[in-house]
Write a protein that binds this ligand. Structure first.
Ligand code: SF4
Length: 187
């Protein structure tokens, strides 16, 4: 199976698992009331299910002890949850609650943002800082997703489809391709 098909397959599997989980365990207390083996069985197909079960239970315990079972609404509070990093916090706050606290930078963002000449940073946290300056706050919630989907569908890692790309006029790489093509016609 090709890498992109594998990734789609993994996304589909995770979506099926989470849908079932959210229905079966609507609150943190429900996860803690269940036997760990039961949760392991529910998330078995996602891989590393024992470690993930421990992490889920640890987050739920923290949510109950510190936040009365309610998901916090600030970045600072989110980062106190065990195993929750900035990227997860941005997604939960942004997609779950519509609160813009940052821009998600995944591997697609690192690649596409660099190709577009918007940042030369190689590390996600440094690139995010630059993008937060560059992107209007009203677009923070969607920006990471826009770039991710563009990276998945058009600006692929190995073979970017520059000839189909809507951003070609804005992209240094796309522009250099056009110049090369024109030079080729001149020969
Ligand atoms: S023109 Fe090519 S390199 Fe530039 S963003 Fe589009 S697909 Fe990516």
């Amino acid at each position: 199976m090709r890498r992109s098909s594998l990734s789609k397959h993994r996304d589909t599997t995770i979506n099926k698992i989470t849908l079932k989980l959210f229905r079966r365990y609507p609150t943190p207390a429900d996860y803690l009331a269940a036997a760990p083996e039961e949760i392991e069985q529910d998330i078995h197909k996602s891989g590393f299910f024992r470690q993930k079960t421990k992490s889920i239970r640890a987050v739920c315990e923290h949510l109950i002890e510190r936040f009365n079972g309610v998901t916090p609404t600030t970045m600072a509070e989110m980062l106190t949850l065990p195993g929750i990093g900035r990227k997860t916090a941005i997604v939960v706050l942004g997609d779950g609650m519509g609160i813009a606290e940052g821009i998600t930078i995944d591997v697609h963002n690192l690649r596409v943002t660099a190709r577009l000449g918007l940042s030369t940073q190689k590390l996600a946290d440094k690139m995010e800082k630059e993008m937060l300056e560059l992107v209007d706050k009203r677009h923070w919630l969607k920006w990471g997703q826009w770039i991710t989907w563009h990276g998945r569908r058009v600006c692929n890692a190995k073979r970017p489809k520059c000839n189909e790309c809507l951003l070609i006029d804005l992209c240094p790489i796309g522009q250099s391709l056009i110049v090369n093509l024109n030079n080729g016609f001149d020969d």
